[in-house]
Design a protein around this ligand. Structure first.
Ligand code: PNS
Length: 167
């Protein structure tokens, strides 16, 4: 059985992520969406909340599973007996970061392969960071993230806004 891990911060999941999940699920027998900690990013949602939001979105995909892991991605992959990790590539700007990470993962665990999937053109401008900025300043995120989770994201942005303005 072919198992692929699709790792990321997913804070929050966007339509760009959903596109990569759907395309991976059509290639591999099983896809595990793994929410991991990126120490360079501050959390908007907690890891548990991100897992819940992703589950809401991928619930109808029969070969897609969602998990979180606190530690090295390659250790999670060993535990799940997965040899392939899938990464989405948007533009040249993603390349250096992803290239470095794939070499480090290869050094840590030579059996693991990173497979890159080019993002669909319509999502090439999209990132979790830009979604957060748009919603925090009152813009519409329709078409950027799955409809089902828009209320969750808007609510979190409003709660954060209240916290900042009414300490
Ligand atoms: O969506 P992101 O933030 O680009 O995802 C990055 C992520 C979470 C996949 C990466 O930071 C990660 O793998 N974190 C776990 C720790 C690890 O294994 N790092 C790789 C060696 S540098």
């Amino acid at each position: 059985m072919s198992v692929a891990v699709y790792p990321g911060s997913f804070d929050p999941i966007t339509n760009g992520h959903v596109d990569i999940i759907e395309r991976s699920a059509a290639i591999f027998d099983k896809v595990i969406v793994a929410v991991l900690v990126n120490p360079e990013k501050k959390g908007f949602f907690s890891i548990e909340e991100r897992v819940k939001l992703i589950k809401k979105v991928v619930g109808r995909m029969t070969n897609v599973y969602v998990e979180s892991f606190s530690g090295l991605l390659v250790d999670f992959m060993k535990q799940r007996n997965a040899k392939v990790m899938v990464k989405g590539l948007r533009a040249v700007s993603d390349f250096e970061y992803e290239f470095n990470m794939s070499l480090m993962n290869k050094k840590l665990c030579p059996e693991v392969e990173t497979m890159f999937m080019m993002t669909s053109a319509m999502n090439s401008f999209l990132s979790s960071t830009s979604v957060k900025q748009v919603v925090m300043f009152g813009g519409s995120i329709k078409g950027l993230v799955p409809d089902d989770i828009i209320p969750d994201i808007v609510k979190r942005a409003n709660d954060n806004h209240k916290k900042i303005n009414c300490p």
